[in-house]
Design a binder for this molecule. Structure first.
Ligand code: NDP
Length: 275
């Protein structure tokens, strides 16, 4: 039976916790501490941050105060402006997080207009070889971006972290990543503040199981084999989002969730993003 300690094995053998806490847009330190403390108390042991969130230092302090670094899985990300400067940016992230390694380091966006993501990937590979990142990967990468970095280095990312929620299910990318051994993390798993758009369609499934709509959505990600990193600054929601291991969606539920897919996404297309 799965529980909050459940992990998924990456292609290099590293075990990643299936549930993590997202901290994007948590810029107030009290909120960040409340969120992290609630998560760690609940049994989460995976936190997803990024240099550009401006809160790595707050995460570092919260971990020092409430957690045990060695028992935690920390993910952070290289920002677009630092693609040519990854080593220095990585060292800054380590310093902010008060650690000498991260569990997973990701290129945040390919930012193809900058033309430097292959260079960034070469630096990530060096960082991985040095042991300071236990796994490396990408985020917001389409198949063609992944092929470009793999062709240039012979190194396939361990992870691709992408937008995924019931309205944007990413089945094509998931099939490609399954073929190539790349694990997937669903970011904005609840629709990044737009959960109301899909609540009426999911409420009947939630009622059937005596669960909330958020729990049904998160359980659906989990049953699909995705890592999920919901964000909340409210302790009761942090707890709610972890209580997804004591029920199962059946085939009819999964089919109903599949039918919601509509290609609607909330973040920009990685090839078009102008940041
Ligand atoms: P989520 O899909 O996790 O949704 C967060 C929103 O849902 C917040 O408004 C939160 O409000 C609300 N919420 C959380 N739990 C519940 C609940 N149980 N019931 C009702 N509402 C709820 O959005 P994010 O965009 O934050 O994505 C999660 C994480 O993914 C980020 O924090 C970040 O770590 C990562 N991410 C990565 C990106 C990338 O480019 N790699 C891009 C975007 C996100 P409240 O806090 O008030 O509870």
């Amino acid at each position: 039976m799965a529980d909050i300690r459940t992990t998924k094995k990456l292609s290099n053998g590293l075990e990643i916790p299936v549930l993590g806490l997202g901290v994007w847009r948590v810029e107030n330190e009290d909120d960040l501490r409340t969120s992290c403390k609630a998560a760690l108390d609940e049994g989460y042991w995976h936190i997803d941050t990024a240099a550009v969130y401006g809160n790595e230092d707050m995460v570092g302090r919260a971990v020092a105060d409430y957690g045990n670094r060695k028992e935690l899985f920390l993910t952070t990300k290289l920002w677009n402006a630092d693609h040519a400067n990854a080593e220095a940016a990585f060292e800054k992230s380590l310093k902010n997080l008060q650690t000498d390694y991260v569990d997973l380091y990701l290129i945040h966006w390919p930012a193809p207009k900058n033309g430097k993501f292959v260079q960034a990937w070469k630096s990530m590979v060096e960082i991985y070889k040095s042991g300071r990142a236990k796994a490396i990967g990408v985020s917001n990468f389409h198949k063609h971006h992944i092929e470009k970095i793999a062709d240039a280095t012979g190194v396939v990312p361990h992870m691709n972290q992408v937008e995924r929620h019931p309205l944007y299910q990413q089945n094509k990318l998931a099939a490609y990543c399954a073929e190539t051994g790349i694990a997937l993390t669903a970011y904005s798993p609840l629709g990044s503040g737009h959960m109301g758009d899909i609540t009426p369609r999911i409420q009947p499934i939630a009622n059937k199981h005596g669960k909330t709509v958020a729990q049904v959505i998160l359980r659906w990600h989990f049953q699909g084999g995705w890592i999920l990193i919901p964000k909340s600054i409210k302790p009761q929601r942090v707890a709610e989002n972890a209580k997804i291991f004591d029920f199962e969606l059946d085939d009819a539920d999964m089919a109903a969730m599949a039918a919601i897919d509509s290609g609607i996404k909330y973040l920009p297309d990685p090839d078009e993003a102008n940041f």
